[in-house]
Design a protein around this ligand. Structure first.
Ligand code: B12
Ligand code: SF4
Ligand code: SF4
Length: 343
């Protein structure tokens, strides 16, 4: 299975034995505290996430695969010019859900074939009721860092995870050791203090949550802290020392569309729905839809301090979508506050 996983383009493969792990209690507490914000599915999935036998009857093992998406390009924390926005590294190429899904389906088919259909196999990439990071660390793929991400010593944390749950009892790997040590760079760098403590992320404060998952208005008090992030957020990974040594991916699907690296806010503010659709065809960014994306772009424009953007923000004051109309108003205010501060 390991050889086959590598053959199919996965960089990492490991096996976790299904047993009660401390992460399960942690998950329940996390939901109780409301740290999942409005991602209701996380609360609905609680039982299944903590008990994989509710997904596969008699589940005994999780096969975990990791795929590196890092490319040799700048970080969000590198210096940039005023009107450059930031789209998360993972969203520069084609949507990983599609490319990884076909690989995990093939791996699952291979598993069913070699086990002569004696065992079950159910695969997931991201969207299912599976505790992917917890199983990744159990399987030895990498540890969960203080920034919550699965980190591998060679690949860094620029990893997508995919899993297969099976009822076969397989020889499990060793749980990854934690190599964060005394470092707190991610916690110190998070602009919104979403990392409330090591390993604990509050989605209500997380820029990644708001720019990707939140469909409504962004809380006013958080907006100035979003800086130039317009889709996801890489800050707590960009500052991680383990990512300075991370390998690069040669996967064609993950090679960036150049105009998505440090994209120009003037260009983005002029996108209409059709241009948005064509720019983000097959890209994870289309998840926000046009309205959500332009809301994020308007916030970044407000934070840019570039008064040259006013003429590009103003047309949104007449937008038929209230979300954009109201955001344009707030963004003009952000821009004027920012200039007052800088004067
Ligand atoms: C919901 C979700 C989000 C939410 C919440 C994130 C979060 N940290 O919980 C939001 C929208 C904010 C988000 C953001 C991102 N996400 Co996301 N997300 C998910 C999803 C669907 C579920 C995660 C979940 O269950 N969270 C609940 C918390 C409690 O669990 P957890 O973070 O998975 O696990 C932690 C706890 O168990 C904790 N823990 C365990 N035991 C204990 C014990 C103690 C004592 C303590 C203190 C803590 C602790 O440590 C674990 C590791 O962090 C997974 C896919 C999946 N099905 O698992 C992808 C997933 C986690 N996301 C992924 C990615 C790539 C991202 C982003 C990097 C995207 C971006 N650039 O913006 C950011 C990273 C933000 C961050 N620092 O975590 C990848 C992560 C890959 C990796 N290397 O870790 C996943 C696995 C998707 C995939 N299949 O590749 N995501
Ligand atoms: S993704 Fe951004 S906002 Fe969320 S915890 Fe990391 S640094 Fe903070
Ligand atoms: S920045 Fe430091 S503390 Fe945070 S995940 Fe990386 S090594 Fe761990």
């Amino acid at each position: 299975m390991k050889n086959q996983a590598h053959e199919l383009g996965f960089d990492l493969f490991g096996i976790a034995r299904i047993e009660k792990i401390p992460e399960m209690d942690f998950y329940s507490n996390w939901i109780k505290k409301g740290f999942h914000a409005a991602m209701g599915y996380l609360a609905r999935h609680e039982e299944k996430k903590c008990d994989p036998s509710l997904i596969v009857d008699g589940a005994k093992s999780v096969l975990v695969c990791g795929k590196n998406y890092n490319t040799n390009h700048p970080y969000s924390t590198d210096s940039s010019s005023k009107n450059q926005a930031w789209i998360s590294r993972y969203a520069w190429g084609n949507d990983y859900h599609d490319s990884i899904k076909s690989a995990i389906i093939e791996l699952n088919n291979y598993w069913l074939k070699i086990s002569e259909n004696q065992y079950a196999g159910r695969y997931y990439v991201d969207t299912g009721p599976v505790f992917e990071r917890a199983w990744a660390s159990q399987a030895g793929i990498g540890w969960s860092g203080k920034n919550c991400c699965t980190i591998n010593r060679e690949q860094g944390s620029w990893l997508f995870l995919a899993v297969i749950i099976t009822d076969a009892e397989l020889q499990a790997g060793q749980k990854s050791a934690d190599f964060c040590g005394s470092c707190t760079a991610c916690i110190d760098a998070c602009p919104t203090n979403a990392l409330r403590a090591p390993y604990i992320l509050d989605s209500n404060l997380c820029i990644s949550y708001h720019t990707i998952e939140n469909r409504g208005a962004i809380p006013q008090q958080l907006q100035p802290e979003f800086g130039r992030q317009i889709f996801g957020c890489d800050i707590c990974q960009d500052v991680c020392p383990w990512n300075r040594k991370a390998r690069y991916s040669s996967e064609p699907d993950f090679q960036p569309r150049e105009q998505l690296i440090n994209p120009d806010l003037r260009f983005l503010l002029q996108l209409d729905e059709e241009k948005f659709r064509s720019l983000f065809r097959k890209s994870p960014v289309k998840r926000t839809k046009y309205g959500g994306f332009m809301r994020n772009v308007l916030i970044a424009a407000g934070n840019s301090g570039d008064i040259g953007l006013i003429e590009f923000i103003k047309p949104f004051l007449e937008n038929e979508n209230d979300l954009l109309k109201n955001q344009a108003e707030s963004s003009l205010k952000l821009l004027s506050d920012k200039n007052k501060i800088e004067e």
